[in-house]
Design a protein around this ligand. Structure first.
Ligand code: G3I
Length: 370
């Protein structure tokens, strides 16, 4: 279900004398909060929420409630959590996030129905060419039906590209490609549409942010894959750009990025910034200089992306430095916690928060029909 900009939705409903279900009156959200700013432009802002925080960090959740209009489970909507055994589904964690969000009229996006990571131990050993389509469509049907009508988007497939694997369409050599060939992507999108036509169907990718050769290969590959999918009538509707940025990277070229966004939009596809964070792994330890570099880097990236009306909104991959995957996968040599997210460990707004706010404020308001 593509969300109408709040203003048009609100205007339409208020003119009919009713408050739209799911909308939040401006008055009940801090005027400066990120999602409040975003809604004024017909955008959204949101954040990933880990199961750990959902269960045990009420202070952080209160800030998510204040700043976000949409949330995504950091892991709770993946195969490992939802489908822990071949004949058993477990919706406990995902439904808990859904209930928390629904109680606050916050929307939810699903991440992700098909990936080469985040899978339960039983999956890969039991997958083969004979059972793969049944396993894939069975999972998608069960999960997307369970959440039907309740999610704004589904990341139907995640990180399917890997040009270095030298596979057709620069696809990553995954358990699904081995078992089904490139058609696994078609199968996934058609099965998702059949089970829940209301959720916007997204292909989610990383590594398309910088003017460096390996990322240019990924941009070219993604555009070619999208063209191929659309040509074959695969019902993809949007592209998720993960935007795991690196403040130590010097090859951010706003023209290259804007052109890439325009090419995706030119295909009639929407764009969502799905996992924004900015690692400071390569920066000196000084907190003030790290915060400034992270904020300036994010602002430059967002200023190249948000002006395109095909962009629907932004989610950060967590709201506070209390938790970030970056401290595992891209740990700093000095072991300092990275300052990659909008709020610090004490839930104070950092320069990155203001950079995101500024980029949203500077973005053009979406035409109400977008
Ligand atoms: O929930 C279990 C818990 O019961 C168990 O005690 C614990 C220790 O084994 O593991 C917990 O599951 C972990 C899960 O995060 C929830 O914390 C998994 O082992 C761990 O692999 C999982 O890592 C997540 C990873 O995706 C794989 O799903 C990261 O938190 C998450 O940040 C990361 O997010 C990905 C996006 O989905 C795709 N884009 C890249 C991004 C970063 O890798």
């Amino acid at each position: 279900m593509h969300v109408l900009p709040r203003r048009s939705l609100l205007a339409a409903c208020l003119s009919a004398g009713v408050m739209p279900s799911g909308a939040r009156a401006e008055s009940d959200v801090g005027a400066s909060a990120l999602n409040a700013r975003a809604r004024r432009k017909g955008l959204f802002f949101g954040s990933a929420v880990s199961d750990e925080h959902l269960k045990g960090d009420p202070a952080l959740l209160a800030r998510v409630d204040a700043e976000a209009g949409i949330v995504v489970g950091e892991a709770s909507f993946k195969w490992a959590d939802l489908h822990p055994e071949a004949d058993r589904y477990d919706y406990g964690r995902a439904d808990a996030l859904l209930a928390w969000a629904n109680a606050r009229r916050i929307r939810v996006r699903g991440h992700t129905l098909v990936w080469h990571e985040g899978n339960p131990d039983w999956l890969e050993p039991s997958l083969n060419a004979a059972n793969a389509e049944k396993l894939l469509t069975g999972h998608i049907k069960n999960v997307a039906t369970h959440f039907a009508g309740k999610l704004q988007h589904w990341d139907v497939v995640n990180e399917v590209l890997q040009p270095d694997d030298n596979q057709p369409l620069a696809l990553r050599q995954t358990l699904w490609l081995k078992a089904l060939g490139p058609a696994y992507i078609d199968i996934a999108f058609h099965a998702t549409k059949a089970a829940d036509p209301s959720a916007l169907r997204v292909i989610n990718e990383f590594g398309t942010d910088y003017a460096m050769p390996w990322q240019e290969r990924r941009r070219v590959a993604l555009l070619a894959l999208l063209a191929d999918l659309l040509r074959r009538g695969v019902p993809v509707q949007a592209v998720g750009l993960q935007a795991h940025l690196d403040a130590g990277e010097t090859t951010l070229d706003q023209k290259v990025l804007s052109r890439f966004i325009a090419e995706i939009a030119g295909m009639g596809l929407k764009i969502i910034v799905t996992e924004l964070d900015v690692r400071d792994q390569r920066l000196p330890a000084n907190v003030a200089s790290r915060d400034t570099a992270v904020a300036d880097h994010a602002r430059a990236w967002l200023d190249a992306v948000l002006p395109n009306p095909a962009v629907l909104g932004v989610l950060s991959w967590g709201l506070s430095d209390r938790r970030s995957w970056l401290n595992d996968k891209f740990a700093r040599a000095d072991k300092l916690a990275q300052r990659a997210l909008p709020l610090d460990v004490d839930l104070n707004r950092k320069k990155l928060w203001f950079a995101i706010a500024g980029a949203i404020d500077a973005a053009p308001a979406r035409p109400t029909s977008s």
